[in-house]
Ligand binder design. Structure first.
Ligand code: AMP
Ligand code: MG
Length: 339
């Protein structure tokens, strides 16, 4: 698909203004945010959302997240803004938290993936905010990767996936958080985590002790399960390389590699891990925050290196680690070996 001469412009007053104009006129622009790069379009126009799905090759029942810059902007977009949601907005916005709320008629079904709800987020990244303000409309923005591949955390990742598919990419900084936003919904007096992110379940307990982690976060859903967060059911974040997660201490991991891996298989481990193996080694950070920031670019590097098979050390499942684990599980097609 080659519809556009895709331009990449450094974030500046001028390029932000151009991005805003393009979005308002119905085009799709690659934009930096603190989570990952997004593909932004006018959230209120069904034709814009259709263009986003087309550029990404995304199944049309997988909803887009709507990005705003002020809390006041929520009210016209929803039928209800419950107390717990207001508390979350006050505490975590602007930042990497998406709240699923009943949508108003302003949000077309094309944006919500056919659902009666809409996911809303207020990003903190200054370029993202300036672009949304310049557009003058709420901006629907899924991650700016081709559907199924790792999310982009650098403008060059967006260019590699979207060259020819969109007119403009704004190059801001590398995404600081590196994994997509935490997605939550509300029921009775509880918060349900549909997708983990930088705002952890522990952080959410500051709003209410009733925080439920949805089954789909770490389990493969059966075909007939009701999917509360449609993105979870698709193959996701996958490099071409075949990934297997090895869950256990470093000495057990090394023993497993020595007994099972062939020499060309890659070891994907933590910074600081010492391995006396002949295999290629790639590292993805020391702690959970670093791993979140580096995971997707590391997955893209594996393909660049032409790696066919990867044994990844299992990240921590606590705090931000749960988000890293959730993404790596999907990238590995849920292949986990406990050692
Ligand atoms: P992405 O655009 O890649 O960040 O993905 C957006 C994801 O957020 C979707 O795949 C869903 O999993 C989740 N999401 C967005 N809107 C909703 C919604 N209305 N209900 C449930 N999940 C949502
Ligand atoms: Mg995505």
């Amino acid at each position: 698909m080659k519809k556009y001469e895709t331009k990449v412009l450094k974030a500046s007053e001028e390029s932000v203004k151009l991005a805003g104009e393009l979005i308002r006129s119905g085009e799709i622009v690659g934009i930096p945010t603190e989570t990952v790069y997004g593909l932004g379009g006018n959230a209120l126009e069904s034709t814009s959302s259709k263009k986003i799905f087309e550029a990404k090759g995304r199944p049309s029942d997988n909803p887009l997240i709507v990005h705003i810059t002020e809390i006041d902007e929520v009210t016209p977009l929803v039928r209800d803004f419950p107390y717990l949601a207001k508390k979350c907005a006050e505490k975590f916005w602007p930042g990497p938290l998406t709240m699923v709320l009943p949508k108003s008629d302003l949000i077309p079904l094309e944006t919500s993936g056919g659902l009666d709800t809409v996911g809303i987020r207020m990003p903190s990244d200054s370029t993202a905010r300036a672009i949304i303000k310049a557009a003058g409309v709420p901006v629907a923005a899924p991650s700016a990767n081709l559907s199924g591949s790792p999310s982009p955390t650098e403008a060059v990742h967006v260019f590699n996936d979207m060259n020819g598919r969109i007119p403009l990419i704004i190059d801001g900084n590398n995404s600081a958080v590196g994994v997509e936003s935490t997605v939550i919904s509300f029921e009775n007096n509880a918060i349900r985590v549909l997708r983990p992110g930088f705002v952890s379940p522990e952080d959410l307990t500051e709003i209410t002790p009733n925080v439920i982690i949805d089954d789909g976060v770490i389990n493969m859903l059966s075909k007939d399960a009701v999917v509360k967060s449609p993105g979870m059911k698709y193959k996701h974040y996958s490099p071409d390389a075949d990934i297997v997660i090895i869950d256990g201490a470093l000495d057990k991991y090394i023993e497993y590699i020595k007994n099972n891996a062939s020499e060309s298989d890659c070891c994907m481990v933590f910074d600081g891990d010492e391995l006396d193996v002949k295999n290629p080694i790639i590292t993805y950070g020391r702690d959970s925050e670093e791993q979140a920031a580096l995971l997707f670019s590391t997955l893209r590097k594996l393909d660049f290196m032409g790696i066919k098979k990867v044994y990844a050390r299992c990240p921590s499942k606590d705090g931000v680690g749960l988000a890293v684990y959730n993404r790596l599980l999907r990238a590995a097609g849920f292949k986990v070996i406990r050692v």
